[in-house]
Design a protein around this ligand. Structure first.
Ligand code: GLY
Length: 380
């Protein structure tokens, strides 16, 4: 792995990207008020492209809370509250497995700033709604596609189930959240630390049948965003419960990411940026996976008590951010491009949002920049 970028080099790049991100989001909400975009087409947010599922609505408000927290701007605060309120009804949404994405980015940040119990109630209700997805036969929270389907992505959403269980003292909900993590670890995380996107179960017996994928190449290959969700999500599960198995799993997933992605200057997609699927021949760059990984790796650098691994995760995260804030990925030099981060991918097989900006990429990029700035500025 190349050397960690020097703070004097990286801090100004991160600061600039954070300002640019605010500019792009400001333009977006001015141009398309109360619109929740998912991915760009030719760099434009508003289009008639298929959504597949509705899981991205929290990322816009989520960025606004991050902007407010760092800048103290009342305009961002008002916008953040407005875009969060628009989502409140989703606390009862049983059609998606993504209520962590929707509420953790928005209402949880709001609650953390205020301590207002009414806000907490909304988050708890959303976590309880997520818990209703639990399949006793199979021991997992089902994905949005079918009862017999488990997604690796749900590791990013099980945190809100842990939270609801802990806040209410609901032992049965806690059991379900742990069972989901352990089932995911058993059937979707492989011995080498790679992950499958989806697991398929027999609904009558609960038997695990096979690994599968929607957004990766094959059932036995490794979709980079799923890998990033896993390293981040298992890290969060460890942080919320203290269960060391989850940290070990997060580290295996992080190590796979690092070992299978070049972090050298001649890396095919730039240091630290993976293809959409590591095994797929000719797979294109997937910058949103890199942004999620950077943010998740910064968490692991904080959580891991082994200083060698903690330093390695930090180094990898900062190299990724150095790449993503450079001219190949930051859209500041592409006139008319409405996103922040270029070269993300939503759903290659369906041809949705390929080589575009994607809302979760924007959100986790801004989140990772915020974490890195807090870290590096604190060391100055
Ligand atoms: N469905 C979540 C993702 O595309 O990563």
């Amino acid at each position: 792995m190349k050397q960690e970028p020097k703070p004097a080099h990286l801090i100004p790049k991160l600061q600039y990207a954070f300002v640019f991100a605010q500019h792009q989001v400001e333009q977006l909400v001015t141009r398309y008020p109360d619109f929740f975009p998912m991915y760009t087409q030719g760099g434009k947010w508003k289009h008639e492209g298929e959504a597949w599922t509705n899981w991205c609505e929290g990322f816009l408000g989520g960025m606004m809370w991050l902007f407010y927290r760092r800048t103290g701007s009342e305009t961002w605060r008002q916008r953040a509250e407005h875009y969060s309120r628009l989502l409140e009804h989703r606390k009862h949404d049983r059609t998606v497995h993504d209520l962590g994405f929707v509420f953790w980015s928005t209402w949880k940040r709001w609650y953390d700033l205020t301590g207002d119990a009414k806000l907490n109630e909304v988050i708890i209700t959303a976590g309880q709604t997520m818990g209703l997805r639990f399949k006793e036969k199979g021991q997992y929270l089902r994905s949005f596609v079918a009862d017999n389907s488990l997604f690796i992505d749900i590791m990013m959403n099980v945190g809100i189930v842990f939270y609801a269980a802990q806040q209410t003292g609901d032992a049965d909900l806690l059991r379900k959240a742990h069972a989901h993590c352990l089932t995911t670890r058993r059937v979707l995380v492989r011995g080498d630390g790679s992950t499958a996107h989806e697991g398929i179960f027999d609904l009558d017996t609960g038997e695990f049948l096979r690994q599968s994928t929607h957004q990766g190449w094959r059932g036995d290959s490794t979709w980079a965003r799923g890998q990033a969700w896993a390293l981040y999500g298992f890290g969060t599960a460890y942080e919320m419960t203290g269960e060391r198995k989850y940290l070990q799993t997060a580290k295996m997933c992080a190590d796979y990411y690092i070992e299978h992605t070049s972090f050298e200057d001649d890396a095919p997609f730039g240091p630290g940026v993976p293809p959409n699927d590591w095994q797929e021949p000719g797979s294109q760059a997937e910058s949103s996976a890199a942004a999620i990984a950077a943010s998740g790796l910064l968490n692991l650098a904080r959580l891991d008590q082994d200083p060698v691994y903690a330093a390695r995760y930090r180094q990898a995260a900062l190299i990724i951010l150095d790449t993503l804030t450079g001219p190949d990925y930051l859209a500041d030099q592409t006139p008319g491009w409405e996103g922040i981060l270029m070269h993300g991918s939503y759903h290659q097989r369906k041809g949705l949002g390929v080589d575009e900006s994607v809302m979760w990429g924007e959100h986790f990029f801004v989140e990772a920049i915020d974490k890195a700035l807090t870290l590096l500025e604190g060391e100055e």
